[in-house]
Design a protein around this ligand. Structure first.
Ligand code: UFG
Length: 330
């Protein structure tokens, strides 16, 4: 049995590839290596291809037929909110276009199981303290819009030709399941703090006047290995003929503030993490925490690791290197 993983050479994708391999499954990775690295995928077959590029549908169809692919996990996409605001058409082309190509290839190769990387960005600025999937999704940037459209597209293909589809709405992913599979991008809070500390600079806090206990934004940090396991649980779920839901939050249900995360990095590293408070960053919701009830009830998945394990593993991976490739702004 073979699973095709688009973006399998990336941060989250490589964790799923490794878990599938540990489970004894064959893996084909489709990745353009723009941010992914081939050494992350072990003995998986690599098809070097941009899922949103010309010829992608045929290249993926051939790979699916040749390798007897039974299911697809689709990660390959762009994920920078700010960039999506600046280049909306490109984001739609990359993220919606990429998924469209994946689904078209699946239909022509007769592959009917798909797990799709969605995002808590689909919720926008929720006013509730813990978000449930049934909440009306109202993304506030093109990145979140492309993920919500992706969910609609997967569902529509289900109605049209029987695609078995699950979308996972990731909350704030961090940590590493293996030291060599750490987050290679300096785009999110944990790597951004580690990067500044490494350069002997103070971490930055974007706003400490939010309506939260310590004034800094609260997020639901999820260990990348827990998240990867949710994909395997989703693949198993797609084998069932009766499935009640196709959208699941992947979070812990527990929030941590920016200050708490930075303090935890201080404890793990032993470094002085005194931070500078900067103005608020545009578009940050004060609090975004998952209700993880649906995925627990339907898939039997729960997060096993908390903030301490997330930060310890991120710190270990950061020290182990290879040093992060800088694909984002500092
Ligand atoms: N932050 C700082 N200092 C930094 C970096 C970040 O204070 O140096 C703050 C941000 O302002 C925010 C929090 O840390 O309050 C988390 O920021 P991230 O950029 O790590 O993550 P976001 O919650 O903004 O976004 C993440 C993903 C998105 C996804 C979103 C969904 O990066 O792709 O979660 O919730 F859409």
């Amino acid at each position: 049995m073979t699973t095709l993983v688009t973006g399998g050479a990336g941060y989250i994708g490589a964790h799923v590839v490794r878990l599938l391999q540990e489970r004894g499954e064959k893996v084909v990775v489709v990745d353009d290596l723009s941010t992914g690295r081939p050494e992350r995928i072990g003995d998986a077959v690599l098809v070097e291809c941009d899922v949103a590029g010309p010829g992608a549908v045929e290249a993926m169809r051939v790979a699916m037929v040749e390798h007897d692919v039974r299911a697809v996990v689709h990660f390959a996409a762009r994920k920078q909110v700010g960039e999506s605001v600046e280049k909306p058409a490109w984001y739609y082309q990359q993220n919606v276009g990429g998924l469209t190509n994946v689904i078209a290839a699946m239909e022509s190769a007769d592959v009917d199981r798909l797990v799709f990387s969605s995002s808590a960005a689909t919720y926008g600025m929720p006013s509730v303290s813990s978000v449930e999937e049934k909440l009306h999704a109202e993304p506030i940037n093109p990145y979140g819009e492309t993920k919500l459209i992706g969910e609609w597209l997967g569902r529509a293909a289900g109605r049209a030709w029987g695609l078995r589809f699950v979308a996972l709405r990731y909350f704030n992913v961090a940590g590493a399941g293996w030291p060599e599979l750490g987050d290679p991008a300096i785009l999110n809070l944990v790597p951004m703090v580690l990067d500044r500390l490494e350069r002997s600079e103070r971490p930055k806090i974007f706003g400490d006047d939010y309506p939260t206990p310590d004034g800094t934004c609260i997020r639901d940090y999820i260990h990348v290995l827990d998240l990867a396991e949710a994909h395997l649980a989703s693949l198993d779920y797609l084998d069932l003929d009766e499935r009640e839901h196709d959208v699941f939050n992947v979070g812990t249900g527990t929030g941590a503030s920016v200050r708490e995360v930075i303090e935890q990095i201080g404890r793990a590293s032993g470094l002085d993490v005194t931070a500078d408070v900067e103005p608020r960053r545009a578009g940050d919701p004060p609090q975004l925490v998952a209700s993880p009830e649906r995925i627990r009830l339907e898939l039997g998945w729960v997060a096993k690791q908390g903030l301490e394990e997330i930060i310890d593993s991120a710190w270990e991976a950061w020290q182990a290197g290879p040093r992060a490739i800088d694909v984002g702004e500092r």
